[in-house]
Write a protein that binds this ligand. Structure first.
Ligand SMILES: Cc1cc2nc3c(=O)[nH]c(=O)nc-3n(C[C@H](O)[C@H](O)[C@H](O)COP(=O)(O)OP(=O)(O)OC[C@H]3O[C@@H](n4cnc5c(N)ncnc54)[C@H](O)[C@@H]3O)c2cc1C
Length: 540
């Protein structure tokens, strides 16, 4: 869907000549300014070329900005919101359906959320937290459908069973324990377990066809699983937003600099890539939803919280099935165990996808390395993100993460035969001619200072905000888009603390469990699960 681009809103405040072209910095100056962390050359702080002044600027046309914008629209319809996306249209980076795995992450099948301790116990606390977060997303989406904000959930959400699949006696023992621990919990009720080959063949015929006998195998299956087309969701949300008064989406607009004015407002230099002109926009609040590039933009703000933060990009690739008969025979997301040294998001999985009304079958991800922070980013993204403050943590991470480095080197060196060999762990008789390689999105993992180790690599997401809450950035990409709603609620709590008493009733209307833990309230958990299943049409 192509969104209509409307002319920018100008509210007139302090605007002398909104469309005057401001002088662009030379590429050398841009590089030097980027390296030193001093953006002085890019935007003079006494520039008065203010094209518009708004309440909120959202940078980036991905699912995070779309979700935050929608929440704010519902809470504060009178606020002026400007959204800037550098590409031709929204949802073209990580949020695009083909650039991510589309798993509604709720820890039903992802084994990395249930580590086994040295005592053999399976710790389910992280799984419970991730599932809880996904229930918040479900409630928010149900609210949007119920209230006509988006037409129907079927355009972006499909019920797809989630399965974990393991082989080898130790892994089978682990999966059995994991199932025992999870199935006793209300958020994971109804999860099935089987070591029976016939039963597994019924649930997922492709993984059993021509599988050699003898090796113990086990599977869990939950019918609560989902496939999410985050690209379609993002487009629906932006379509809603750009149809509301006071909210303007500007595509092909690149935010190049962010500085704080003396009055505390933020001043952004935005380049119109169509006209090749620059403009200044002032805003009371800025959300940096630039995906992998959020780090670059956060560094430009100069807030102390950005000090010492670095990024490590890991790219993803999938094998996409081109054989329609095979695609039709599989309907599940089947997650395996990660290989040693692999980052948690590189767990191999065989995925039914539902993209733009058509089923697809993907296997992966295979990790890759690129210095770009976005799929359509620059090879200079990583080198230009190095600052005196983060070089120490980045070097410490390089020193301490040899298994990861080794894993990435192995992944990058893989041939198509190697990839098909990995696929045969899942589909024993997979044929190379039925699969093509597709490149997915970039995930920039967070590197942070650590008093003991110097620097640590984190695989989760983190909201980094200024003390006064006037600017916030989302870094990292896991669990990712599935948890956009709870993450953006977190942004509201961090950045608009004084508005929370006024907003709480509205927030509870959108997310009935807001402020409560479903894990502690089985009745509410069941009630909301049944309600959202019905509204979102999630019965299999
Ligand atoms: C391989 C892979 C698999 C994944 N699988 C899953 C999954 O199964 N489930 C899940 O929940 N999540 C998954 N994720 C994570 C999920 O895709 C991301 O967390 C989510 O899409 C991030 O959304 P975003 O809005 O932050 O970023 P994006 O969707 O990347 O959007 C950022 C936007 O900002 C724009 N932008 C950047 N800089 C500027 C600038 N200076 N000016 C203007 N615009 C700018 C970009 O062009 C882009 O459109 C996966 C990610 C990858 C890469």
């Amino acid at each position: 869907m192509q969104l209509a681009i409307r002319p920018p809103v100008t509210c007139g405040c302090k605007s002398r000549n909104p469309w005057r072209k401001i002088k662009a910095a030379s590429p050398l100056n841009v590089v030097l300014a980027g390296l030193s962390g001093n953006a002085e050359t890019m935007m003079s702080s006494n520039s008065t070329d203010i094209a518009s002044s708004v309440d909120v600027v959202l940078i980036g046309g991905g699912v995070m900005s779309a979700t935050l914008g929608t929440l704010l629209r519902q809470l504060q319809p009178d606020w002026k919101i400007s959204i800037y996306e550098r590409l031709d249209t929204v949802a073209e980076e990580s949020s695009n359906a083909w650039n991510n795995a589309g798993t509604g992450h709720s820890a039903l099948c992802e084994l990395n959320y249930t580590p086994q301790g040295a005592d053999g116990k399976v710790d389910i606390s992280k799984a419970v937290a991730v599932n809880e977060q996904f229930q918040v997303s479900r409630q928010f989406w149900a609210y949007l459908v119920e209230n006509g904000v988006i037409p129907a959930a079927g355009d972006f959400l499909t019920a797809v069973p989630h399965m974990s699949f393991v082989w080898g006696a130790d892994n089978v023992a682990f999966l059995r324990k994991r199932h025992e621990a999870l199935s006793a919990h209300p958020l994971f009720a109804g999860m099935d377990y089987s070591e029976d080959r016939q039963q597994i063949a019924q649930w997922a015929p492709l993984i059993m066809q021509n599988r050699p006998k003898g090796e113990p195998i086990a599977v869990t299956r939950s019918l609560m699983g989902t496939d999410v087309n985050f690209g379609a969701l993002t487009r629906l949300l932006f379509s809603y937003l750009s149809g509301t008064k006071g909210c303007v989406l500007h595509t092909r607009h690149d935010v190049q600099d962010i500085r704080r004015d003396e009055d505390g407002q933020w001043r952004l230099k935005v380049r119109d890539l169509r006209e090749n002109t620059d403009r200044i926009v002032r805003s009371r609040f800025v959300f940096i939803g630039g995906g992998g590039a959020a780090l670059t933009l956060l560094q430009k703000t100069g807030i102390p919280q950005a000090q010492g933060v670095g990024g490590f990009p890991v790219s993803g690739q999938f094998l996409r099935c081109t054989n329609k008969a095979l695609i039709a025979r599989h309907r599940a997301k089947v997650y395996g165990k990660a290989s040693v040294g692999a980052p948690p998001m590189s767990v191999p999985h065989l995925d039914t996808r539902m993209i733009d009304g058509k089923p697809a079958l993907l296997f992966g991800p295979y990790a890759g390395f690129s210095t770009r922070f976005l799929k359509q980013g620059s090879l200079m993204d990583l080198p230009l993100s190095v600052r005196p403050g983060n070089i120490g943590p980045m070097l410490a991470v390089a020193r301490d993460n040899w298994p990861l480095t080794k894993y990435l080197i192995q992944q990058v060196m893989q041939s198509q035969e190697d990839r098909i060999a990995a696929l045969r762990d899942f589909i024993p008789d997979a044929k190379a001619e039925d699969w093509e390689l597709v490149v997915a999105g970039q995930r920039v993992q967070i590197i942070k200072q650590d008093p003991q180790k110097g620097g640590v690599l984190q695989f989760g997401t983190e909201v980094i905000a200024s003390d006064d809450g006037s600017v916030a950035a989302l870094l990292g990409a896991s669990p990712g888009a599935s948890t956009a709603a709870p993450i953006m609620l977190n942004v509201l709590q961090k950045c608009f603390a004084s508005k929370m008493p006024e907003w709480t009733d509205r927030l509870k209307a959108m997310v009935p469990s807001f402020g409560q833990k479903l894990a502690n309230n089985p009745a509410l958990c069941q009630q909301q699960f049944d309600r959202t299943t019905k509204i979102l049409g999630l019965t299999l």
